[in-house]
Design a protein around this ligand. Structure first.
Ligand code: SAH
Ligand code: AVI
Length: 531
């Protein structure tokens, strides 16, 4: 997949209402919207109370929310409590807030014909029509009053043909469409009096960007399974079979990595902590006041407290990682402890990331934080692109604190990746287990073994999965053969010199401000700035 492709805006339909109760009509409008406008998702915005209706008739909010999830029953329909969380009552305000925090979404407002019939009574309805495209779905008994309503008449010239609806989400408002053929006999009003039995078993994440427990927000950019499958197939087709180390990190892989950090042989974690702690005063002084921190590959967020505690008036901490559950668990835990707002973003740092700065407290500048020498897991050219993207993400005046593992005695290096307890081997082999369980790949795990060595031409540890005998990995019915001794290259872990790092940094918008090491010069902490 070429990563240089322009990222398309996600097309999101918004269906607002009291969902009192949610019913098949909501679902059918949503399915029609997904299909006819090529939307990526529909969000149901469950409003706490509609000011036009009597508050006494509402079921408890939590019940409406849960029932909506059951009725939605579709992976692309997301039930959101955004309006309650934000204390928003009016659609016009909700749209402004959603657009501000999701600048890369193309929103379409969805409504039934009954909604259009009353639209001119909505607060700031013209602002709504000027803010987002609108799609109206016919409901029984309403098409006439809808189409002759005040709003329909005033917006008449902006109506497009349903045949052109595929482009609606990308058309500048005001613009709207009326789907005449989407009728459904049920409406909330008609079934409100019926008793509904609900078995509340379905649970799924709320929306792309949502406050979550102790987190100020959780933003899920869905680094997804499609990529894993495509990357495995592409990697197995290369002469040297290869797969990106980012696929080590499912929940099991993240837990194995945590165990690695505590191994006697794995010196990087404790050495880096020592460098940070021994130089904390100097490092934090060089960063200055009111910085907001964005940590790449935050894992267990184990290396953040010294930084937050040492910085003057830190503004916020945003943890990002590809390993969703692990990130949520650990960022939530650290949010309970840190005295500043904490947020989390699940994303792939090989793709561009835009920080939703508008939902965080203002900061004087952003500090990227990339400990653990995870930069060393990239090739030099990938590291260069990463640093360029990070400069764009963090913005002008940013700094970047990076931990890098330094070149040292080969025996020390090789021991760190061949620990006696076999945890690193299990971490490496977990990739095969993931291929089996997530991709349905057919392979025999026992046919492979962990293989790690120091390549002193490239200054890197290489990790491979080596075939013990002739064997085959089958993905999507396609066989990829291994001769005995052939390997699947799973990771590089480059070891730096400070000169080499400086040379790399100098090819990017960053400059090396200062660096610190331990007394054996095993690990380096480098502070970069992009201004
Ligand atoms: N920063 C922690 C963890 C390092 S392990 C430390 O210093 O100990 C590397 C971390 O990067 C893991 O948590 C892994 O899930 C994450 N990671 C690896 N590849 C990634 C990618 N492409 N995008 C985002 N996170 C990634
Ligand atoms: C995350 N990364 C820097 C680790 C490393 O040392 O390259 C991953 C790892 N691989 C094997 N052991 C640890």
């Amino acid at each position: 997949m070429p990563s240089s492709q322009k990222t398309e805006r996600r097309r999101i339909g918004l269906l607002g209402g009291s969902f009192n109760p949610p019913h098949q009509g909501h679902r059918e409008i949503s399915l029609a919207a997904l299909e006819r406008m090529g939307l990526d998702a529909v969000w149901w915005l469950v409003t706490p109370g509609n000011p036009l209706k009597d508050p006494k008739i509402y079921a408890a909010y939590e019940d409406r929310l849960r029932l909506a999830r059951v009725v939605a029953n579709h992976p692309d329909i997301v039930v959101s409590d955004f309006e309650r969380r934000r204390g928003l009552q009016y659609t016009a305000e909700t749209l402004d807030a959603l657009q501000a925090i999701n600048p890369n979404a193309a929103f379409v407002w969805l409504m039934g014909a009954d909604g259009l019939a009353n639209f001119h009574r909505w607060k700031d309805w013209r602002h709504i029509a000027e803010t987002v495209p609108i799609a109206v779905f016919n409901r029984p008994g309403h098409s006439n009053d809808a189409l002759v309503s005040e709003a329909a008449k005033e917006l008449g010239v902006f109506r497009i043909d349903p045949e052109d609806a595929m482009s609606l989400s990308e058309t500048d408002p005001p613009v709207w469409v009326f789907f005449a053929d989407t009728e459904n006999p049920l409406s909330s009003t008609a079934i409100r009096s019926r008793k509904i039995s609900h078995s509340l078993t379905i649970d799924r994440p709320d929306d792309l960007i949502a406050p979550c427990g102790a987190l100020a927000f959780f933003l899920d950019l869905h680094p997804d399974l499609g990529d894993f499958r495509a990357d495995v197939i592409e990697g197995l087709s290369l002469p040297q079979k290869t797969i990106s180390p980012k696929y080590f990190y499912d929940d099991a892989g993240s837990k194995l990595f945590d165990q690695i950090t505590g191994l006697d042989e794995y010196y990087p974690t404790r050495t880096e902590k020592k460098v940070f702690l021994e130089n904390a005063a100097e490092i934090t002084a060089a960063i200055g006041p009111r910085a907001a921190i964005f940590e790449y590959g935050s894992g267990s967020s184990e290396k953040i407290e010294w930084l937050v505690n040492g910085l003057k008036e830190p503004a916020a901490y945003v943890a990002m990682d590809i390993s969703r559950d692990h990130l949520l668990e650990n960022a939530s835990a650290i949010a309970e402890v840190l005295p500043i707002p904490v947020a989390a973003i699940c994303a792939d740092f090989h793709s561009p990331i835009e920080l939703p700065k508008s939902v965080l407290p203002p900061a004087d500048h952003w500090l990227g934080y990339f400990p653990g020498s995870t930069l060393g897991n990239m090739t030099l050219s990938a590291a260069k692109s990463f640093l360029e993207r990070a400069s764009a993400t963090l913005g002008p005046g940013a700094q970047f604190l990076i931990g890098v593992d330094l070149v040292k005695d080969k025996a020390v290096l090789e021991a760190a990746y061949n620990d006696a307890r076999g945890v690193t081997a299990a971490f490496n082999m977990n990739l095969l287990a993931r291929m089996k369980s997530e991709l349905g790949a057919k392979l025999n795990i026992d046919d492979f073994e962990h293989y790690a060595f120091y390549n002193d031409i490239e200054d890197r540890i290489e990790m491979h999965l080596r075939a013990k005998r002739a064997t085959v990995i089958e993905v999507d019915g396609e066989p990829y053969g291994f001769v005995p001794g052939e390997t699947l290259h799973t990771e590089n872990s480059h070891k730096f010199t400070l000169e080499k790092l400086k040379a790399l940094v100098n090819q990017t918008p960053w400059r090396l401000e200062k660096s610190w090491t331990d007394e054996k010069a095993w690990f380096g902490a480098c502070l970069l700035s992009n201004s």
